[in-house]
Design a binder for this molecule. Structure first.
Ligand SMILES: Nc1ncnc2c1ncn2[C@@H]1O[C@H](COP(=O)(O)OP(=O)(O)O)[C@@H](O)[C@H]1O
Ligand SMILES: [Mg+2]
Length: 405
């Protein structure tokens, strides 16, 4: 029996698991890897069994931890393991039946078999295996904290929304197990408590669908998965950070920490830097306003770059220390349905977006929200299928959609 089928049979009975997954993302070069590594060190020093994984193909954890890394997990210090994920290796070694399911799926929509190895038929497919590997490691229970050093913003967002997108397509194009659908609806909060149908009774594709739904649930479980944004006080980076924050909320991910990196020291007396200091002030203030509901960490611009342990320990000492960087931010807003007199109100927290940018329409049993190049299809819960949208407004950074029967 291979590793994958063991995991398939191991559905959680209860939701008492507190093991966390923290995903660090941001524009290229802003300091994601350094900040993620500082958290990993911090966590291990707290005595928590910690794993730092990199899903960015431009891996550099080996440089930071000053050890050569292979394709498997390695311990770097007490309580701290490191893994640079190679999605192709993961696919071949850990997810053979998933790979078979993918072959069935692709075969049934007419893609020649030979192309499967490249996984190029679905953009984002290879990275999906990185997420599945992370889910596997999380479920194994061996780590209290998994720190993910992610690829730059755009890629991270595609990666995170991919399981939702793929399961949406599967649902549309295959008569994927009605049972699986029923028990694993994203709305169902009791998802992990439900007894799934006998494993043998599900086809490979159904199993894959269930895996994707589980993955989606894990990534959107606000008690488990946190997205942390790394930024810098300069125009382009701030713009991207705000946009990223909005999209993460559109897909209902929990963003619960902001890192403002490369802050110049106040006491530079060279006049060349005076205007830079002003610019930085302006953007720091803007970021602090936009992210006022969550913890914000300020990281100084150090006098050297940060390769090696001594470098990341400086981040820990000067920006994280004394703060509970892993605390759950339970009062942050996510997507929710509330029953009201008229019917149901769906509210989605959507900061940093203009009214005119949000386009909404219903399609079959889905509500479709389009902003810029991103489109999210929200399958409506069964109880709303006899209802229609009667109004929608953007108010106090929240999109409110009213459903009436
Ligand atoms: N606050 C800082 N002060 C000085 N150098 C920094 C700082 N933050 C990051 N660096 C350096 O900038 C470079 C990019 O950082 P890195 O963490 O690799 O970013 P990313 O993972 O976002 O590409 C590295 O050489 C790193 O040592
Ligand atoms: Mg990096």
């Amino acid at each position: 029996m291979n590793h994958r089928s063991v995991t398939w049979g191991r559905y959680r009975e209860s939701r008492d698991c507190v093991n966390r997954i923290l995903v660090f993302t941001g524009k290229g070069g802003v300091g994601k890897t350094s900040v993620a590594a500082a958290h990993a060190r911090h966590s291990a020093l707290e005595g928590k069994k910690t794993l730092i994984v990199s899903t960015d193909m431009a891996h550099n954890l080996g440089d930071i931890f000053e050890i050569p890394l292979g394709k498997t997990i390695q311990q770097v210090s007490e309580n701290l393991d490191v893994l640079e994920i190679d999605p192709n290796h993961v696919m071949a070694h850990d997810f053979q039946d998933m790979r078979r399911a993918m072959a069935n799926l692709i075969g049934s929509i007419g893609v020649p078999d030979g192309q499967l190895d490249h996984l190029s038929v679905f953009p984002g497919m290879d990275e999906l295996f990185s997420l599945l590997k992370i889910m596997d490691l999380h479920e194994s229970g061996q780590y209290e904290r998994i720190i993910v050093d992610c690829a730059p913003t755009g890629e991270t967002l595609s990666l995170l929304k991919f399981p939702e997108l793929l399961s949406w397509y599967m649902e549309k194009f295959f008569p994927v197990g009605k049972v699986a659908m029923r028990v694993l609806s994203p709305i169902s909060r009791t998802v992990f408590k439900v007894q799934l149908p006998d494993r043998e009774a599900m086809t490979d594709i159904e199993k894959m669908y269930v895996m994707l739904m589980k993955l989606q649930n894990l990534l959107k479980d606000r008690q488990t998965t946190s997205i942390r944004l790394v930024s810098m006080p300069e125009k382009m980076v701030v713009e991207e950070t705000k946009r990223n924050y909005m999209y993460m909320n559109l897909y209902n991910f929990q963003v619960d920490g902001l890192y403002i990196n490369r802050i110049l020291p106040e006491d530079i007396d060279n006049p060349f830097f005076h205007e830079w200091l002003n610019i930085q002030h302006q953007y720091i203030t803007e970021l602090e306003e936009v992210f006022s509901e969550m913890p914000i960490y300020r990281i100084p611009w150090f006098d050297t770059d940060l390769n090696g342990l001594s470098g990341i320990d400086r981040i820990d000492r000067e920006a994280l220390n004394g703060r509970d960087v892993f605390a759950l931010q339970e009062d942050l807003k996510g997507e929710r349905y509330v029953k009201n007199e008229a019917g149901y109100l769906l509210s989605i927290f959507l900061p940093c977006v203009e009214k005119g940018e949000v386009h909404l329409h219903e399609s079959g049993t889905d509500l479709i929200i389009k902003i810029g190049n991103f489109k999210r299809s929200i399958p409506l819960p069964a109880s709303l299928r006899s209802h229609g949208v009667t109004s929608a407004k953007l108010d106090e950074k929240t999109l409110c959609v009213q459903f009436e029967s």
